[in-house]
Every structure is written in C-alpha cells, then in structure tokens.
Design a protein around this ligand. Structure first.
Ligand SMILES: C[S@@+](CC[C@H](N)C(=O)[O-])C[C@H]1O[C@@H](n2cnc3c(N)ncnc32)[C@H](O)[C@@H]1O
Length: 284
C-alpha cells in the first residue's frame, strides 16, 4: 500500500488547481486530455512530474497539479452510498482512537470513504474489515480504494454479510457502524469485541441517537457513552476583510462513542441511569 508518491504515475488521483483557485479531480491516464473549463492539459504532461508541479494549459494559463488528499478523494469520489465527510473521519479516527496496527471492523462499506481514513490510520500492520450487503456498493468502493491507494490494500477484507445477523471477526479492537440501524448490530457484534474495545456509531438524526444509546445501556457492556456533533466553518482572510465564510459544513451526523467493559462484569452505572438517579435525588 503506497500512499505517497512524489512522482506522478498513471492511475494516481490528482487535483488540477487553476488560477481562480478552482479544483478539478481526475485519475491520471495516458493519452487523456484534462478539460479545465474549455482549456486543456494532457495527462501525459503530468505523468512523470513531481507532486505540486506547475504546468501551462493550452491557453498558457498556470495550473498546479497535486496528488489528491484524503479529504479531496472523499469529496470527489464516485458515490454509491452517502459518504462520511472529512470532518467526521477526522473525529472518528481520533476519538475512536484508531491506532497503527489496530484491527478495525466497520459496517457498511458504502463508497469506501471512511474506509480510506481507517486504512490510513491503522497503517500497513493493521487490518480493516468491512461488512457490506450490496455488491454494487462493494464494486464502487473497491474502485475508489484502488484509485486512492494505487491498488487494493492487502490489509483490507470485505465481507458481503448482514452485520445484524452475521459476524466473523473475533477480538476486534475498534468497531465503526455507519448503516441505517446501528443499534440492531450491537447485540450480535458485542461478544466478539475485545475487552476495552471502542465503538463508534455514525448516526444522522437525534431520535436514532437515542435508540442507539438506549441499546448500548441496555446491553450492560459499555461505558463512557459520548455523543458528539461537529460543525465546520471556514474563515476568509483577504487583506483587511477577515470574516467567516457565508457557507459552512453544518450538520452531517452525530457520532456516538462507547467503550466495551471486561466480559462478565457489570459496568459502573451507565450515564443515563446516573442522570435519572441524580435528577430523582434533586427532587427529594
Ligand atoms: C451510509 S452507507 C456507508 C458509507 C460509508 N461509511 C462511506 O463513508 O462511504 C451505509 C452502508 O451500509 C450498508 N448496509 C446497510 N445495512 C447493512 C447491514 N445489515 N449489514 C452490512 N451493511 C449494511 C448499505 O448497503 C450502505 O452501503
């Protein structure tokens, strides 16, 4: 799995960046011509050059070419399913503590956006296993991963299985669920997670969050249940005009994190019960 290539090769995902700071995503291909709003650059002029090279288009306009970053790849990749956005990939990899060498299981694979971030975080010594029910999504995600990593990463396993019913991976360090009803997977998957494992559920609506948290508490296997949302606002810095951008990446999803306790041991009082008790005590 080669992530950084200083010299461009056919098959690399790149960004053409024009004078007006607009980005154009492409996979480099011999004999292909890049169309930049009616102006042109042959991919053959990029192949063999260094990441960050500045070229001149047919109309003699400067264009910078960069290897696509993980965030760019996620935003531009062909989508089968809705992707996890870069702002959540960043949070998931840090708050779910995806570490080099970890065994991470995720469901579902979707377009492979989050998978790219997980594979990067576990590194070559780690493993990512992705459960997915739809073969069209598996095909699309496989192409996306191949484009980004320059080949199928050999530490990635895809299981075409329904994670609500099936699970084949013992001793997972981390579990990430991004599928319509993550709470339905918890009972099936929890016995296979190692003690101390972290789980993260990516959930679009707050009523679903409630159902998920209730299930985590009901299972009596998790503590440190934490719900987080992140909003991303860019700032424009232009001479003396320094202000927030009018548009922002607002709500995309809530993230629910929790930690698996030792087998056969009752966790310390879960957050919800603790809150209910505290409220009762206050009223007395
Ligand atoms: C929102 S998408 C995941 C997007 C993915 N995380 C990404 O960043 O590209 C949800 C995926 O879960 C899959 N899925 C739904 N139910 C499933 C199940 N029971 N077991 C496994 N995968 C499932 C869907 O087919 C879909 O691809």
């Amino acid at each position: 799995m080669t992530l950084k290539k200083a010299v461009f090769q056919a098959g690399d995902p790149v960004i053409f960046f024009d004078k007006k700071e607009r980005s154009y995503y492409a996979i480099l291909e011999a004999e292909k011509i890049q169309n930049i709003r009616g102006d042109f650059i042959p991919h053959d002029e990029v192949i063999g050059r260094e990441d960050g090279v500045t070229l001149f288009s047919q109309r003699n306009k400067p264009v910078h070419v960069f290897r696509a970053t993980l965030s760019e790849q996620v935003l531009y990749m062909p989508r089968g399913a809705q992707v996890v956005y870069p702002k959540e990939i960043a949070l998931i990899t840090t708050y779910a503590d995806i570490f080099p060498g970890a065994k991470v299981v995720e469901a579902g694979l979707g377009s492979g956006a989050l998978t790219s971030g997980l594979l990067r975080a576990v590194g070559e010594k780690g493993t990512v296993v992705s459960y997915e029910i739809r073969d069209d999504f598996i095909n699309n995600a496989s192409k996306n991963l191949k484009n980004f990593f320059g080949g199928m990463p050999d530490n990635h396993i895809i299981r075409q299985m329904d994670v609500y019913e099936q699970f084949e991976d013992a001793d997972a360090d981390r579990l990430v669920l991004d599928l319509p009803e993550p709470w339905r997977a918890i009972e099936n998957v929890t016995p296979h997670l190692r003690s101390g494992a972290l789980i993260c559920c990516y959930i679009p609506t707050i009523l679903q969050v409630k159902t998920c948290v209730d299930e985590l508490i009901r299972s009596r296997c998790y503590i440190q249940i934490q719900v987080i949302e992140t909003l991303e606002r860019e700032w424009k810095v232009d001479n003396v005009s320094v202000r927030p951008s009018q548009r922002m990446v607002g709500h995309t999803a809530f993230l629910v994190f929790a930690r698996r306790v030792e087998f056969g041991v009752q966790p310390v009082q879960p957050a919800k019960s603790a809150r209910v008790e505290a409220e009762r005590a206050l009223k007395q």
